[in-house]
Write a protein that binds this ligand. Structure first.
Ligand code: SF4
Length: 403
């Protein structure tokens, strides 16, 4: 579909980043890192939601001590997030972290940067150069007349030069801003300037749903250009939402294999025979904890539903108080309206185990198609081809406007 830009490959613990490795999902814990059990609980929840690599703040000695206990028990690699105090980076390395994130905007002394890079080199631990628009080095801010893509790229390249001086190159880079066009431009420029793997994200994206939209606008734009080796949604929300969003974005772009249900649903209209929003939400909850990599459709009416969702592995459409189940566009069963979600779950589990062919084979398709046609014809007769009454409305508009 689109070509990914080839970068060097590094490893964050067991997870490869860059080269031909799949794009990975990252998130960050919101607990105090010194709270070992609380942090591990959040890490397990993140891993279950599709997070590949987790970051924990290392802002005090107690946090570094917490990391020493968290790292061996974590199901996914742990990165220490470092700001201001280079000694916290050295302490995190001592704790055994799989990676560091350094902010070049607030650890600026070359000797400190080089001391961390040298220690990371000794331990074969990668570092992310994490430039952040909000904490950009003030000298660069002034030089470039404010926050620009060039200023962020220059900050990253300066840090890279310090790393080069000690022969350290296990590096990935991010240039995050909270403004989508600046962020996209910065990554495009960075991608042209270096072949180190890139960590993509929009910083301080904010709460849902706006944060999700903005972050997706930036991250998806870059991924579709082949730029990006690992991603993070920085949402003002439970970090599990970040992991889910990252995972879903990669699956929807075909960059990761589908792990969970891809639920599609019609937007509803005057033809809907059910409350589509309610049924879709109930289906979403029912499939939330199931690892079933199928596309499943919830459609408001049997008149258009099965046709419009014919590519889905499984779907259900409402008509005359009944739910018409279809597999790959073929009607397979009819169930009472209040059993629609349960029926979807049962058929999804069957298809997941035996495949769509077996599901069609076990069904009385002739009967199901007959029943669907009966409901389709009845609804067409009852509501006509113009269920939204558009023609009548247009006549009325013309009559009113004409007066
Ligand atoms: S025509 Fe039927 S399937 Fe299409 S949006 Fe309306 S209710 Fe949903």
């Amino acid at each position: 579909m689109f070509e990914r830009r080839r970068t060097r490959q590094i490893h964050v613990g067991k997870v490869a980043v860059g080269g031909d490795a799949p794009v990975s999902v990252q998130s960050m814990t919101t607990t105090k890192t010194a709270d070992v059990e609380g942090t591990l609980q959040q890490i397990y929840a993140l891993a279950a939601a599709g997070c590949d690599i987790v970051r924990c703040t290392c802002n005090e000695i107690e946090a570094a001590e917490g990391l020493a206990q968290i790292v061996p028990r974590s199901p996914i690699p742990v990165i220490a997030d470092i700001h201001h105090q280079y000694k916290m980076a050295l302490a995190a390395l001592e704790a055994g972290v799989h990676g560091l994130r350094l902010n070049p905007g607030n650890i600026r002394k070359p000797e400190h940067i080089k001391a961390v890079a040298a220690a990371a080199k000794d331990r074969n631990v990668p570092i992310r150069i994490g430039v952040n628009g909000g904490s950009l080095d003030s000298a660069l801010y002034e030089k470039h007349g404010g926050l620009t893509a060039d200023a962020m790229v220059e900050s990253a390249m300066q840090e890279l030069a310090y790393f080069d001086e000690v022969g350290f190159d296990l590096v990935k880079i991010s240039v995050k801003a909270s403004n989508v066009p600046i962020m996209v431009e910065a990554y495009r420029k960075l991608s042209a300037a270096t072949d180190h793997p890139l960590h993509i994200g929009l910083t301080e994206a904010g709460p849902l749903p706006g944060g999700l939209v903005k972050a997706t606008a930036g991250i998806a734009t870059l991924l579709l250009e082949g730029i990006g080796d690992t991603i993070r949604y920085s949402l003002t929300a439970d970090p599990v939402e970040e992991a889910k969003a990252g995972r879903q974005l990669l699956e929807s772009l075909g960059l990761r294999e589908r792990k969970n249900v891809d639920l599609i649903a019609c937007p509803s209209c005057g033809r809907a025979e059910i409350d589509v929003i309610d049924v879709a939400n109930r289906a979403q909850s029912a499939f939330a904890d199931k690892e079933i990599p199928l596309q499943i459709a919830v459609m408001g009416c049997v008149v258009n539903g099965p046709g419009e969702a014919r590519e889905a592995d499984l779907g259900i459409a409402a008509g005359n108080k009944r739910g018409h189940l279809f597999v790959k566009g073929r009607n397979v069963a009819v169930v009472p309206e209040d059993e629609m979600v349960e029926a979807l779950v049962e058929w999804a589990a069957f298809i997941n185990e035996h495949g769509t062919e077996a599901a069609i084979a076990r069904a009385d398709t002739a009967r199901a198609e007959r029943e669907a046609n009966k409901d389709r014809s009845a609804l067409l007769e009852e509501k006509g081809a113009d269920a939204n009454h558009s023609t009548e409305k247009i006549v009325e508009i013309r009559r009113t406007a004409g007066n």
